[in-house]
Design a protein around this ligand. Structure first.
Ligand code: ADP
Ligand code: ZN
Length: 591
């Protein structure tokens, strides 16, 4: 019998408990069921795994999944098994090789996960020939391309393996967007061009916000209060990670643990495991953290400092809200972040320097824009988004754009006349005519720029200084002062206008709280969560593997009173109904 999309929808309900496909999942599933090869490019959280797991349960034979990280495989294995899918992994970390191999030969596996190193060995090819193969799924498929950011030579060896089974459809999956990599993946894996299924990159449930950093501990503590669930804070250095983790734990009384390459491996693994299992822990980490972690209920990602590029920012913030619930991505930037990064440009080779500068300019543009952040991001990835999204700081609270060309000329000439060696603090004193010992000693009170800024203008000096540093028109000197750079001379000569974005006042900002989806304080919801915690710890899996928050919310709202009603709740598939249905029904009846 040929599997149809009608069968697929039934299986979606029965196995995963979902009523409908999301985004472009249906197209990918349809192609796969028709035994056509595809490359699915979908953002993190779009639900890529379902596009091969579902056909794997429907097609005859086993789906071979190639995946680059053992941690990822084990994560997937757990989630597949609780849905009743017959899945196994063959990795160096597994002790049950013989059972797995027997199950495969006997045709009793839906999914078999292997690493590319193993998959590309001739012995593995011979082993696969023992039993029918439903599908080859190649996860993180951008690794096959040298254009991608994590080229893995072993991925190149997958082609001969798949070519040995020419009738088996191939499904490559990745979240990496750019055109060159996509073309390369298609060619390298032998997938026809019409097999490209490109989903939009928007993550509508993530609320983007970018703020100036004045007190990171308090700012993140506020964010934690707004978003009570698990969160990731990215900081630049190990020392900052340690320091922030300690201060945040003290300030908030919550569990906040550090993660960086300098910790001993056991501590690092323990902190990561605690985070994955937790419903409210915050981890402070260097960017090394996150790859290989599939935690769907991360409620916020915060950056203390400017990330490396817009690509890196999007990937890191993409770890928030994979479950589709409201989440935040908040960056706290300082002028110094750009100053340091721009200073480093000098050390970069001539050929690469232009590209690196463009990268920084793009980031500065994102940070400083008065427009919709999401629109800026999506345009960066080649999409054509609407002008406003309604779910970023600039859309929710429009900032003012102020023309400050004259003030910029005053500031830059103060920089010039004081010898290009003082920081913003000193420059402000000179410009506003502040009585100050150091100003007098240097004779800066006799300069023509002394006291030429007053009133409302004085308030704009700080944001202007930050903007000019972000744009590279003011550059840091070795001794912590500022010198002219970029377009400073054109501004001074009156050949260029300067406008800056002034964030709305704090009161306005503060009014807008989080957009948390969970009914915090609802006793039934809390009881369901408690039960989920118990079941999760019995089964030694993270709570989200039992049920997502959205499933518990639906139970709390619709109060199903029979197994039949329970089976209609989103996320309750056949296997989970059997395993947990009765206990959740009892919990609902008692609360
Ligand atoms: P990706 O691999 O694309 O980052 P995942 O496969 O981890 O995303 O899926 C993200 C989350 O979305 C998972 O928790 C999954 O259960 C959920 N999900 C996937 N497809 C659907 C769907 N059709 N309806 C509801 N939830 C879904
Ligand atoms: Zn917006």
């Amino acid at each position: 019998m040929v599997a149809s999309m009608e069968n697929a929808r039934e299986a979606l309900r029965a196995t995963f408990g979902f009523d409908d496909f999301r985004g472009r999942q249906a197209e990918v599933v349809e192609r796969t069921l028709a035994r056509q090869s595809s490359l699915a490019v979908m953002p993190t959280g779009a639900g890529k795994s379902l596009t091969y797991q579902l056909p794997a349960t429907m097609l005859q034979g086993c789906c071979i999944v190639i995946s680059p990280l053992i941690a990822l495989m084990h994560d997937q294995l757990r989630s597949a098994r609780v849905n009743g899918i017959r899945a196994a992994t063959l990795t160096s970390a597994d002790a049950d090789w013989r059972e797995t191999q027997d199950a495969y030969r006997a045709g009793k596996l839906d999914l078999l996960y292997v690493a590319p190193e193993r998959a590309s060995q001739p012995a593995f090819r011979d082993f696969l020939a023992f039993s029918p193969i439903a599908l080859f799924a190649v996860d993180e498929a951008h690794c096959v391309s040298e254009w991608g950011h994590d080229f893995r030579p072993d991925y190149r060896m997958l082609r001969p393996l798949m070519d040995a089974f020419p009738d088996v459809p191939r499904l490559a999956l990745t979240a990496t967007a750019d055109r060159q990599t996509r073309g390369d993946v298609l060619a390298q894996l032998g997938i026809p061009e019409e097999g490209l299924v490109l989903a939009g990159f928007d993550r509508p449930n993530i609320r983007y916000a970018i703020r100036h950093r004045d007190n990171p501990v308090r700012q993140i503590a506020n964010l934690m209060a707004e978003r009570p669930g698990p969160g990731i804070v990215y900081a630049q250095t190990r020392r900052k990670v340690e320091d922030l983790a300690e201060k945040l734990a003290r300030e908030t009384g919550r569990t906040v643990l550090p993660y960086h390459a300098g910790l001993d491996p056991e501590t690092r693994a323990a902190n990561q495991a605690a985070f994955v299992a937790s419903e409210d822990m915050v981890i402070v980490a260097t960017v090394a953290f996150g790859m290989g972690i599939d935690k769907p209920d991360v409620r916020f990602v915060a950056h203390v400092g400017v990330p490396k590029s817009i690509e890196a920012y999007y990937q890191e913030t993409g770890r928030a809200g994979r479950d589709g619930d409201p989440s935040a991505a908040t960056m706290f930037w300082g002028a110094g972040d750009f100053a340091t990064a721009r200073a480093r440009l000098a050390e970069v080779d001539g050929d690469r320097r232009g590209a690196e500068r463009a990268r920084l300019d793009a980031l500065a543009g994102l940070v400083e824009t008065p427009q919709c952040r999401r629109a800026v991001l999506l345009r960066h990835f080649g999409e054509d988004p609407p002008e406003t999204c309604g779910n970023c700081d600039n859309c929710l609270d429009a900032p003012d754009v102020t023309e400050v060309t004259e003030l910029a000329r005053k500031l830059l000439s103060a920089v010039y006349r004081t010898g290009q060696s003082f920081g913003m603090g000193h420059l402000q004193k000179v410009l506003t005519g502040t009585e100050d010992e150091r100003v007098r000693q240097r004779g800066h009170d006799r300069l023509s720029v002394y006291g030429i800024v007053e009133g409302e203008e004085a308030r704009l000096l700080q944001p202007l200084g930050r903007a000019l540093q972000a744009r590279g028109d003011l550059v840091p000197t070795e001794h912590g002062g500022l010198a002219l750079g970029g377009s400073a001379r054109e501004i001074l000569k009156g050949e260029r206008e300067v406008a800056i974005v002034v964030p709305p006042k704090r009161q306005r900002r503060g009014r807008r709280g989080g957009d948390e989806a969970n009914p915090v304080g609802d006793p039934l919801f809390e009881a369901l969560r408690e039960l989920r915690r118990e079941l999760a710890s019995e089964a030694q899996v993270p709570p989200y593997v039992v049920f997502h928050d959205s499933t518990l919310r639906e139970m709390a709202a619709s109060r199903p009173a029979s197994m039949d009603a329970m089976s209609r709740v989103g996320g309750v598939g056949g296997k989970k109904l059997e395993a947990y249905g009765a206990r959740f029904l009892r919990c609902i009846a008692e609360n």
